[in-house]
Structures are given as structure tokens and as C-alpha cells.
Ligand binder design. Structure first.
Ligand code: ARG
Length: 374
């Protein structure tokens, strides 16, 4: 069979595809498969991954994620192939199924759902929410924010599309989904799909009165899985939380819920000077409360000591397999008690940008005006 000529604009895609298919981990690419991919690209401007290619690519993309401390578990990632979804309703429904599958009643399972990749004409599916489950952050006239200040942009977009804020600090946002050639649309998550934990402290009974809660599933939904020259622009993935993500960063950061002054004051600490380490003490108690509450509710969570140990084990295993572990020290090292964890006391291979399947950042939700596509 003589192969059709590739158009100039398809050469880069073809090269990336061949690179990916020849990757030793997939096994040597069969000549038939290479010919088929070349034919598909020449005639349609794109090609379709087999389920095995999709799965292994997604696993490798996780393994390549230089900021993730949880990579010991990369082989256990479940890949949900939802390239069949053609409407926003179907994508929303598949996101709900993803949440239920991955949350799994508290026995969380790492999973990624892949929707159809970006088309040759640039049209793509986008989930504008940074995560499938996020709390609204509503701007107030006085410049303050009710809820999570990290999410004001997606909340603004939801409001522009007709969503009514409910006024609480922990109101789950609707999904904002945009299909090729269409405008963005809203989909509320069914309440029973979203597991949340009320936060209480084992020895500080007043902490439960603050009404703090957090969702069980961290499911990042705004990154693109790029592999073999294709971009899966809608590819939500999830695992389980590490305690400090919630207790230290989400609750403690000044640009987030900013709870340290209140916690310290309730603990009876003097907050007028940093010298008594009131912030540090409040931070630890918040993390204790998060760990305790998740465990009592039967929801899987990992503390930073165990996660660091597992990560160092992962690095060793990878070395035994003849691979390096790209890692970004400033992201891997936990934000609390860093020097007590193994991950702190060493350096890592520099992230090698652009080689192999990668999870990459994309532009955020459009500000102002209502986007129609892209
Ligand atoms: N830090 C983010 C959050 O607090 C979640 C990032 C992903 N974390 C994870 N354990 N998979 O929501």
C-alpha cells in the first residue's frame, strides 16, 4: 500500500504520534499500527488512540507530574474512556460518574476520565471549573469574599451564566462545561454525589462550632493531558487528599479561608506578635482536626509523613526501573513540618519539560463577556 502524503501542517502531529507509539513502554509499535496512524492523520488531520495507548499514556502522564507527591500509586490509575460523549449533558453526567467512581464511598480510587481530544480545527471541550468539586467564592461590595477566594473567577462565570449564589462559605459550584462551537453551560452536581466531611477536633470541642467542612475528592478538571501530539483538553483526574492540603493551605492561607487568627484566638493564644508561634500552633491543630475528621468519617486521607515516605520509595523504585523521577522540590516538600519528612532532605531530577505524556495547564475561564468557543 502506498501511504498518502502528509500535509505540511500534519507533520508535527505525525512525528509526535510516532514518538509516542515507539515509546518502549508501549512495546515496539507494530508496523501496521504506524501505517494506520499515518493514514488517519493524512486523511483526517488527527488520529485515534487505542484504549491501551490511552491508558498507558495517562499513567505515564501522572508519573511525569513533577509536583505530585502521590506518584507511588501511578500504576493503579483507572482510566475511564468517555470519548463517546458528544453533548454537554453527556460530559456533565460522565463527570458525576467520575466523582462517584473515584470517591467510592470513602475508599478513594485514583481515576482519570478522558473526553474527546481537541479537534484539528482547534475546537475543544472545556470544563472551566478548576476542580469538579469546588466551593464558590462570591465577591462582596466591600471587597471581601464569602467562600473560597481562590474560586472567584469560576464563580463570576457561573453567576454570569445565571447561577444564584446561596450565600454560604461552603457552597458547591455547578460545573461549567463548554462543547466545540457552543457557549458554556451550567450543570448542578447532585448533592448525593458530593461527599463532604464536617471538621471537628479530637480535643478542642469548640472547633466543630466553626462550621468548617471540606469535600473528600480532589478532582482537577482544568488541565490538559497531552500525549502523542493529541490534546485531551477535558481530562478530569482525582486521587485522595493529603491532610496539609486542606488543614494548612486551604484553611490557613491568607488568600484562602485565612482561619489562623480565629483558631489561635479561640486557643487562647496572643496573636499580637509572631514570637509565640501562634500561627504554627493553630496550623497544626487545623491539620489534626482534618485528619481526625476524615478518619472518623471513614474517608481516605494521607498525612504528610506517610506521603513523603511513599514518595521517596517511589523515587527508589523508579531508579530500580532505570528511570529518573522529575520532581519540583518546592511542591513536593509538605508545607508543614517540612524538615521532619524524608522528602525535604534531598534534591530531585529537574522536571524535563515536554518529553512524553504530560498533564499541562491551560488558560483559565474567560473574564468578562460570554465566550462562544475556544
Ligand atoms: N491542593 C488541591 C486542593 O486542596 C488539590 C490538588 C490535588 N491533590 C491531590 N491530593 N490529588 O484542593
Amino acid at each position: 500500500m502506498t501511504l498518502p502524503r502528509l500535509a505540511a501542517e500534519d507533520i508535527a502531529l505525525h512525528e509526535a504520534a510516532i514518538d509516542f507509539l515507539n515509546d518502549a513502554e508501549l512495546g515496539p509499535a507494530a508496523p501496521d499500527r504506524l501505517a494506520q496512524v499515518r493514514y488517519e492523520i493524512a486523511t483526517t488531520g488527527t488520529y485515534r488512540h487505542t484504549y491501551d495507548e490511552l491508558t498507558l499514556g495517562a499513567l505515564i502522564a501522572w508519573r511525569n507530574s513533577a509536583r505530585c507527591i502521590g506518584r507511588l500509586h501511578w500504576r493503579s490509575l483507572r482510566v475511564l474512556d468517555r470519548r463517546d460523549c458528544t453533548t454537554a449533558e453527556e460530559v456533565a453526567q460522565a463527570c458525576v460518574e467520575h466523582i462517584r467512581f473515584s470517591a467510592n464511598g470513602g475508599k478513594l480510587r485514583p481515576a482519570i476520565t478522558l473526553f474527546a481530544p481537541q479537534r484539528p480545527d482547534g475546537e475543544r471541550i472545556r470544563i472551566w471549573n478548576p476542580q469538579l468539586i469546588r466551593y464558590a467564592g462570591v465577591r462582596m461590595p466591600d471587597g471581601g469574599v464569602v467562600g473560597d477566594p481562590m474560586n472567584v473567577e469560576i464563580t463570576d462565570l457561573a453567576i454570569r451564566l445565571g447561577w444564584r449564589p446561596k450565600g454560604g462559605r461552603f457552597d458547591v459550584l455547578p460545573l461549567v462545561i463548554q462543547m466545540p462551537g457552543e457557549g458554556p453551560r451550567l450543570f448542578e452536581l447532585p448533592q448525593d454525589a458530593v461527599d463532604e466531611v464536617d471538621i471537628a477536633h479530637p480535643d478542642l470541642p469548640w472547633l466543630a462550632d466553626l462550621g468548617l467542612r471540606w469535600h473528600v475528592l480532589p478532582a482537577i478538571s482544568d488541565m490538559s493531558l497531552d500525549m502523542g501530539g493529541l490534546r485531551y483538553t477535558a481530562a478530569p483526574f482525582s486521587g485522595w487528599y493529603m491532610t496539609t492540603e486542606i488543614g494548612a493551605r486551604n484553611f490557613g492561607d491568607e488568600a484562602r479561608y485565612d482561619l489562623l487568627p480565629e483558631i489561635a484566638t479561640r486557643m487562647g493564644l496572643d496573636t499580637s506578635s509572631s514570637r509565640n508561634l501562634w500561627k504554627d500552633r493553630a496550623l497544626i491543630e487545623l491539620c489534626v482536626a482534618v485528619a481526625h475528621s476524615f478518619r472518623s468519617a471513614g474517608m481516605r486521607i494521607v498525612d504528610h509523613h506517610q506521603a513523603s515516605k511513599q514518595f521517596v520509595r517511589h523515587v527508589q523504585r523508579e531508579r530500580e526501573a532505570g528511570r529518573g523521577t522529575p520532581a519540583d522540590w518546592s511542591w513536593i516538600v509538605p508545607p508543614v513540618s517540612s524538615s521532619t519528612t524524608e522528602a525535604f532532605h534531598r534534591y530531585y531530577d529537574a522536571p524535563d519539560s515536554g518529553r512524553g505524556p504530560q498533564l499541562v495547564h491551560q488558560d483559565g475561564p474567560p473574564v468578562g463577556g460570554c465566550p462562544v468557543s475556544h
